[in-house]
Ligand binder design. Structure first.
Ligand code: PLP
Length: 350
């Protein structure tokens, strides 16, 4: 259901208005300069893209203060996850991840026939000491999602440093910062700044979230040149499109758009959590562009009742059967969500 086009949901339910707050998309769209860049690039649709994304890589490397051979692009950061699993995991290798976390780590590890070790979250947060305790000589990748999807919690710079200092060098640590640009907490780590100290660290970021380019599919990994070269061996030659590269290049020059989205998102989180407080609902500390809240009722029923009112959220988490995850929308969308939720809390019995 959550991945369904809004138009289909509208037609099926006979609703005139449907709000999708289920995929952590940017409700403010994307940079106007990215739009102009895509329109211009469309004239070259008959010409293959630059497989190595040379211009974009140079611009991003400059912005991040890394070398160009430390960056690899993917068709979304999802493809970088796929490529990292493909390159590093062989059948029987062990890989460690949190439970719950972003589903694609497990999905790709399963495709590679790796042995998956899932470590429950502790109060909605990655339990890094428990994850470290599971590392063996067969461990190839540890996945850390920071902020974590779906809970929105972060591990601090201090916690992450302690983990990276202790984890053996044969283990690749994939640090997924898909929502990193939204975080305002001073305790948060910037994975890219940690790269000089850890050769076995791969940081993932994306243009799908705060930059609003989700449909164009472009994300990237940043790591040691040896790690990047190794992953690059399994990359399809033309894995990102001209339009995506052009939009990403333009987006990197529009800091004002990113700053505005980050500030609006922060206000949205404050509004939503204040409303949850008023309604007596508990939630995890939210650092991304979504909040996971305990509706205190079976989440599948809450999901269905919200959908009938034209609001799509996420539900059905193994460890959190009564929680829903809502993406931060515009102020109007957030208010509509709260209005619907209040009705649903009356309708669905505890
Ligand atoms: N990582 C996390 C934690 C996500 O939540 C998502 C998407 O929701 C992704 C990666 C993948 O995003 P994309 O492939 O659009 O870059």
């Amino acid at each position: 259901q959550p991945g369904k086009p809004v138009e289909d949901v509208k037609r099926e339910l006979g609703l005139s208005e449907v709000i999708k707050m289920a995929s952590n998309e940017n409700p403010y769209g994307f940079s106007e300069s990215a739009k102009a860049a895509v329109i211009e690039e469309l004239s070259y649709t008959n010409i293959y893209p630059d497989g190595a994304s040379v211009e974009l890589t140079a611009k991003l490397a400059d912005k991040l203060g890394v070398q160009t051979n430390q960056i690899i692009f993917g068709s979304g950061s999802s493809e970088v996850i796929l490529m990292a699993a493909r390159a590093f995991l062989a059948p029987g290798d062990e890989t460690i991840m949190a439970d719950e976390t972003f589903a694609q780590y497990k999905h790709n590890a399963e495709i590679e026939n790796a042995r998956i070790i899932e470590v429950p979250l502790k109060n909605g947060k990655h339990d890094l000491p428990a994850m470290l305790a599971k590392v063996t000589s067969r461990t190839k990748i540890v996945w850390i999602c920071n902020p974590n999807n779906p809970t929105g919690t972060i591990v601090s710079h201090e916690e992450l440093t302690a983990f990276l200092n202790a984890v053996p060098s044969h283990v690749l640590v994939v640090l997924d910062e898909a929502y990193g640009e939204y975080v305002k907490d001073a305790a948060y780590s910037d994975g890219v700044r940690m790269l000089p100290s850890y050769r076995n660290l791969l940081v993932l970021r994306t243009f799908s979230k705060i930059f609003g380019l989700a449909s164009l599919r472009i994300g990237y990994g940043i790591g040691h040149p040896d790690v990047v070269r190794f992953i690059n061996q399994v990359r399809e030659p033309f894995n990102t499109t001209r339009a995506a590269q052009a939009a990403a290049r333009a987006s990197l020059s529009d800091d004002a758009f990113v700053a505005r989205c980050s500030d609006e998102n922060h206000k949205g989180i404050q509004y939503l959590t204040a409303q949850f407080d008023r309604l007596g609902l508990s939630y995890f500390e939210a650092h991304g562009n979504f909040v996971m809240v305990d509706a205190k009722r079976p989440s599948s029923e809450v999901f269905a009742a919200m959908l009938r009112r034209g609001v799509i959220v996420r539900a059905n988490w193994t460890y959190y059967p009564t929680y829903i995850r809502v993406s931060v929308g515009t102020p109007e969308q957030n208010e509509a969500f709260i209005e619907a939720l209040e009705q649903v809390l009356q309708e669905v019995t505890v």
